[in-house]
Design a protein around this ligand. Structure first.
Ligand SMILES: [Zn+2]
Length: 252
């Protein structure tokens, strides 16, 4: 799971960003730069700086789907997506990916994903699970998840306590399929393990599509908006919530 690279930029030359970490050289005074997130390189928080040439070199070394870039396609084969959030927990490179598809994300929504404090919750409601999430000053939102809708069996394994997993959040233009914003977070093991235990239970429940859809609609009747989802989050047990990038593996 360490071979996914995210790229943001280009950014204008800055007096505080003086080195290309990928190529280990000084940037020219007017040289634009990109921020690269790559946990395999041992950088603080996984973040480093790239010049155009070294970014291109790195991207060429990765196959499609391993490099996510703001402005690039979220999925090389799709340029349109239904509006709303979608949660994947089946990827080999990053175990958890959340994409929020919007036709016209505002600068405020982009900033919330890129820099806002991220909070997460998990709730199991009958035969469905829901990831609850909030970025910065955006309202609480949710992404439904049912392991029985996956093409392959749910395969995430619990993690040792004290460790973290990585999850990627994307804001994607629903009408072009291009990434508007993205961010990599960690989840503490207790939270991931809570989600995995729930998904395994859901996998064993007798399933039919119509019943799952009805149950999902029932959830939206009860929790139609941010404030109602917030009331739900407040009623969750401590192990069912976490903050993105939370350092200690301990429910609060
Ligand atoms: Zn360079």
């Amino acid at each position: 799971m360490d071979n996914v690279v995210t790229v943001r930029g280009p950014f204008a030359a800055s007096p505080t960003v003086r080195h290309c970490d990928l190529g280990a050289h000084r940037l020219r005074d007017d040289e634009p730069w990109w921020q690269v997130t790559d946990f395999s390189r041992g950088w603080a928080d996984g973040k480093g700086v790239a010049c155009a040439a070294h970014l291109a070199e790195t991207e060429a070394a990765f196959s499609a789907g391993q490099t996510y870039k703001v402005g690039g396609l979220f999925d090389a084969e799709r340029t349109r997506w239904p509006q709303g959030p979608h949660l994947w927990m089946d990827d080999e490179d990053v175990p958890v990916r959340l994409a929020i598809f919007l036709t016209d994300p505002s600068p405020r929504e982009i900033a919330a994903v890129e820099t806002g404090k991220a909070r997460f919750g998990w709730t199991e409601q009958g035969i469905n699970g829901f990831l609850l999430f909030k970025y910065g000053d955006s309202p609480w939102n949710d992404a439904p998840f049912n392991p029985q809708r996956l093409h392959t069996p749910f395969a995430l394994q619990p993690m040792s306590r004290g460790t973290h997993t990585r999850m990627l959040t994307f804001l994607v233009h629903a009408d072009t399929g291009r990434i508007a914003a993205m961010r990599m977070f960690s989840w503490p093991a207790y939270f991931l393990n809570h989600v995995i235990a729930s998904a395994r239970r859901l996998q064993d429940v007798p399933y039919d599509e119509a019943a799952a859809n009805l149950a999902q609609q029932d959830f939206y009747d009860r929790y139609p908006d941010g404030p109602s989802l917030y009331r739900l989050v407040r009623a969750l047990p401590p192990e069912a919530t976490c903050t993105g990038g939370q350092r200690d593996d301990r429910p609060h």
